[in-house]
Design a protein around this ligand. Structure first.
Ligand code: GAL
Length: 659
């Protein structure tokens, strides 16, 4: 029997009169929804006073959804410790990067390192799991909500600051080892007591990047262990149910591979129009934001689907899903109208909710859950849409969901022939010293992704530790931190016939954050057959031309050149301080592109892919192809019709081919 994409919604019985869940459950079933997610912020209603639990309202709500035929996903309510807990233990509160306490009055106001908060997190998780863990309608759990939302992935004082020296001591053993690893002889930053080490903020000028890198590692490990405590309790008391977490778009403050371990599958929250306001793809500006204002950018969203699809690759499912529950990733919160938190919050285009849903399916998502059922009538999010308006009438997103034909979307594999490598430690150290304000780890990485997507390819985004066998081409756009083990792995892949493509700054750093004493490319030098000569940081308007065959490309942001020690120059710089020096180099199956320029990257990749026997298309901007379960999704994200291969694609539309 074929399984198809399933739908869900996020609902808040604590916000509405107690007769509403029964009504909503019926309406949700009629709309074709299967799951409802509940309770991630409801702690003050579950435990209004210390140790006094009031479950009646949630019992009734869960029973009402169950009676209406909905399956329930419950959440641990730890993003919102109640006022009584915070006022009794203000040491739970986190600190911002200016060293200020972040106050009670919204959400996520806790420090992952706080021992007292960890006790309470486990206590409320246990209480919930004891009450609902075996409920027949409860099919799964979400831990907390959006780790790190609102810049809460790192606290820079209080409990985290107190725990940091101990973490360093267990990592390095001795202060000599720490001082050596961080290069603390520089500017007399050497420590003589563990207690002297503080979070890397409020320094007179920039802090030591190795200090920054270790603080980020430390904070990431806190999130992983905080979640693991909840997961252990849920496994014990709620057997047979899945456990997931709703990660965010491009969230960078923790290692998602580390934190996702122990979950059955990952979920993420997809807010396409809101996110576009904050993150223009590959450094492009306002024109791109305006063009895609009502849909979001296909590649920013596609990137996150592909990232989260690959997050648990190789770790296997823990097999905790109940029967009939899809095992793939979910979109746990899917925008279905306006959001409220961006500088501008345009109405989505007609068709956008369907397009987002279809794209999610094509990129490997098994369940799409719309945020939220009914628009909030109170507090911070009254300007945010839901499937129902404030007055409970169906909003425009509702009509689009109603008109969806789920039979278009069978579940099954996404088979990409190209892998794109990503690692959070490279992100942290790259962005700690960008050296060019136009560049960042994501800008560089997403530029390569966009080049691949505009060639019509499906892409698996994977960690370098994942199994990379079976890919014809592996692209590593910005692995500035490369371990010796990865270098050996890459050499073996190249030996086996895989084509490898590296971007600028590859293998510039050691895992400690220093440069390799033998220079870039450190442990990859032999494989690449070259050494770094120069790097150039280009301000807006300053370009460095690159000659490739008959074409000239104007690199922006970054241009680096190489001394050849076995590799051949495929393209060279013309003019400027690097005139005549190698910009793109190749040795056997290994190519390095040293200049940042999207068309140059696209041209090099397209030739290489064709040589590897992979079919490439040349898609117009905003037109995308994605494939799953033998079907192809053709999408037009542009606000106007586009002609492609003899047909006219309607604005903001999709077709499922090969049904
Ligand atoms: C998410 C969050 C939701 C809601 C939503 C609004 O970040 O998980 O609770 O706030 O944004 O778009």
């Amino acid at each position: 029997m074929t399984d198809y994409l399933q739908l869900a919604t996020c609902d808040y019985p604590e916000h509405v009169p107690s007769d509403r869940p029964a009504v909503y459950a019926k309406q949700q079933r009629e709309l074709g929804l299967t799951y409802v997610r509940l309770a991630e912020f409801a702690w003050s209603r579950m435990e209004p006073r210390p140790g006094e639990f009031e479950w009646a309202w949630l019992d009734e709500a869960v029973d009402a959804y169950a009676a209406g035929g909905m399956k329930v996903v419950l959440c641990t309510p730890t993003p919102t410790p109640p006022a009584w807990l915070i006022r009794a233990h203000p040491e739970i509160l986190p600190y911002d990067d200016q060293g200020r306490v972040r106050e009670f009055g919204s959400r996520r106001h806790y420090d992952f390192a706080s021992p007292i908060y960890r006790e309470h997190s486990q206590r409320i998780t246990r209480a919930m799991a004891e009450r609902y863990g075996q409920h027949a309608a409860v099919v799964g759990w979400q831990t907390d909500n959006e780790w790190a939302q609102g810049d809460t992935g790192r606290s820079y004082g209080g409990a985290s600051a107190a725990a940091f020296p101990g973490w360093l001591e267990s990592r390095y053993g001795t202060l000599d080892a720490l001082n050596l690893a961080w290069g603390n002889v520089f500017w007399s930053m050497e420590y003589t007591d563990w207690a002297q080490v503080k979070p890397p903020i409020l320094t007179v000028i920039e802090p030591n990047p190795s200090h920054v890198l270790d603080y980020y590692r430390f904070c990431s490990s806190l999130i992983a262990s905080f979640q693991a405590e909840q997961v252990a309790i849920l496994r014990e008391l709620s057997p047979g149910r899945f456990i997931t977490h709703n990660f965010m778009i491009f969230e960078s403050s923790f290692d998602h591979y580390e934190v996702a371990k122990g979950l059955d599958f990952v979920s993420w929250d997809n807010y396409p129009t809101g996110m576009l306001e904050f993150f223009a793809p590959s450094g492009q500006g306002d024109d791109v934001k305006t063009h895609f204002a009502r849909t979001g950018h296909p590649d920013l969203i596609g990137f996150n689907h592909d990232l989260y699809r690959g997050l648990l690759r190789g770790q296997g499912s823990l097999g905790r899903q109940g029967e009939g529950t899809p095992s793939g990733p979910w979109v746990m919160e899917q925008q279905c109208g306006q959001v409220n938190w961006a500088p501008f919050n345009p109405l989505p285009a007609r068709g956008a909710v369907q397009l987002w849903t279809a794209q999610a399916w094509a990129h490997g998502i098994d369940v799409v859950s719309y945020f939220r059922w009914r628009a909030a009538t109170m507090a911070q999010e009254v300007m945010h849409s839901g499937l129902l308006r404030h007055d409970e009438t169906p909003d425009r997103g509702h009509a689009e969901v109603e008109a969806l034909n789920l039979a278009l979307f069978p579940l099954g594999e996404v088979r990409a022939s190209v892998a794109l490598l990503h690692d959070y430690e490279s992100l942290w150290i790259y962005d700690a010293q960008k050296h060019s304000s136009s560049m960042s780890y994501w800008t560089q990485t997403v530029t390569y992704y966009m080049a691949l997507r505009s060639l019509g390819l499906d892409v698996d985004i994977l960690h370098p530790d994942a199994d990379l066998s079976g890919y014809a081409v592996v692209v590593a756009p910005a692995l500035t931190l490369v371990t010796k083990a990865w270098a050996q792995k890459f050499a073996a892949l190249s030996e086996g016939g895989t084509k490898l493509v590296f971007g600028p700054r590859t293998a510039f750093r050691t895992p400690g954050g220093e440069t390799w004493a033998e220079g870039q490319f450190g442990p990859l030098s032999e494989l690449i057959g070259a050494k770094l000569l120069q790097y150039d940081s280009l301000r807006p308007g300053l370009i460095q031309n690159v000659r490739y065959g008959e074409s000239t490309f104007a690199a922006t942001g970054w241009a680096e050149s190489y001394r050849l020690e076995g590799a051949k120059a495929v393209a060279s710089y013309v003019g400027g301080p690097q005139d005549g020096q190698a910009a793109v180099i190749r040795r056997g199956n290994v190519t390095v592109i040293g200049a940042h320029q999207q068309e140059l990257i696209g041209t090099v990749l397209s030739e290489l892919l064709m040589n590897a026997g992979i079919q490439v298309d040349s898609l117009p901007e905003g037109v995308r192809l994605s494939r799953r379960a033998g079907r192809t999704l053709l999408q037009n994200w542009n606000p106007q019709a586009v002609k492609w291969q003899g047909q006219t694609l309607a604005p903001v539309s999709f077709q499922v081919l090969n049904q």
